[in-house]
Ligand binder design. Sequence first.
Ligand SMILES: NC(=O)C1=CN([C@@H]2O[C@H](COP(=O)(O)OP(=O)(O)OC[C@H]3O[C@@H](n4cnc5c(N)ncnc54)[C@H](O)[C@@H]3O)[C@@H](O)[C@H]2O)C=CC1
Ligand SMILES: O=C(CO)COP(=O)(O)O
Length: 343
Amino acid sequence: MAPALEAQVQQEEQSLPHNNNFYNTLNDATHRSKVTVIGSGNWGSVASKLIASNTLRLPSFHDEVRMWVYEETLPSGEKLTDVINRTNENVKYLPGIKLGQNVVADPDLENAGMEVKMEGPCMISTLISQQLGINCSVLMGANIANEIAVEKFSEATVGYRNNKEVAERWVQLFYTPYFIVTAAQDVEGVELCGTLKNVVAIAAGFVDGLEMGNNTKAAIMRLGLREMKAFSKLLFPSVKDSTFFESCGVADLITTCLGGRNRKVAEAYARNGGKRSFDELEAEMLQGQKLQGVSTASEVYEVLSHRGWLELFPLFSTVHEICSGLLPPSAIVEYSEKLPRSF
Ligand SMILES: NC(=O)C1=CN([C@@H]2O[C@H](COP(=O)(O)OP(=O)(O)OC[C@H]3O[C@@H](n4cnc5c(N)ncnc54)[C@H](O)[C@@H]3O)[C@@H](O)[C@H]2O)C=CC1
Ligand SMILES: O=C(CO)COP(=O)(O)O
């Protein structure tokens, strides 16, 4: 399943030489965690900013935060990495925001592969744990990156598997007075909330494009939340109901359906009657930023088809059928007759 979140953060323990000048001021510690942020788009850049403000003050972390950049050449002919390191700004994906002098952009990290299995989503946290042999938590929440970048108040959820201490370290790393992070012991539930809400946001965008109004949009959000919960619990019975009431659940769903990029591009798709493709609209409207909802809807559809669950999830399946041109955008409000009575 495509990543929806993306606290793409990797942590590695490092033994430091006691005589290393750089760390002399932190001379009582022999082990400090070094933080690398994998990804430097809109959210990856904000995550780096948040973390970098905390590593400077927390003695158990190295000051420096490395941020992996998928390298590209800007219209000026300069490499994005060079510009970030010179200006301390991600001029393409988060212009106007200083990341912190201790953020170092680096293009040389090994790429990771992602996989979808038809019988069920292969969770990114599981892949990372398996491939790197590390304990992986996830961070999701009502987090439009540009709003956090300018330090407007928001909340987020760290989903962790079984080690509360690990979760507390993630909370420490991200927590600021304007970014309140709480931990939930439900890694799959938190991750699936962050992923699936993108599909619902596409549906919300269709509703906006069709000018159906707020009641319809609220209905789509409620029905979407219901499918998010049912899908997550069918795949992972351990998923907790309470997770859907955390920031990663209903709050992320609301903000993404109101102010996210998936909503925005889906609105344009519906306004154009489905005549311009999502790829074309994404390129035109997002200037290099990427949508998750369309590909996630396709991956969810594969799982639903394979498991024989299409009829149980009319919203998810209708979103994919609209995105792939099988149905017109207006089908989003015509599917309700297909709704199952209960989950
Ligand atoms: N932007 C936001 O407000 C939020 C985003 N997220 C999630 O964060 C994740 C990353 O999104 P953003 O940071 O917004 O990215 P973005 O959409 O701003 O930028 C796309 C990123 O993908 C990179 N990229 C493009 N092609 C690539 C390739 N072939 N291989 C590797 N990298 C490539 C680009 O260099 C850029 O860093 C997504 O899953 C998104 O749903 C989560 C919360 C908030
Ligand atoms: O995930 C998000 C907010 O939490 C951002 O959503 P968009 O990718 O639709 O902008």
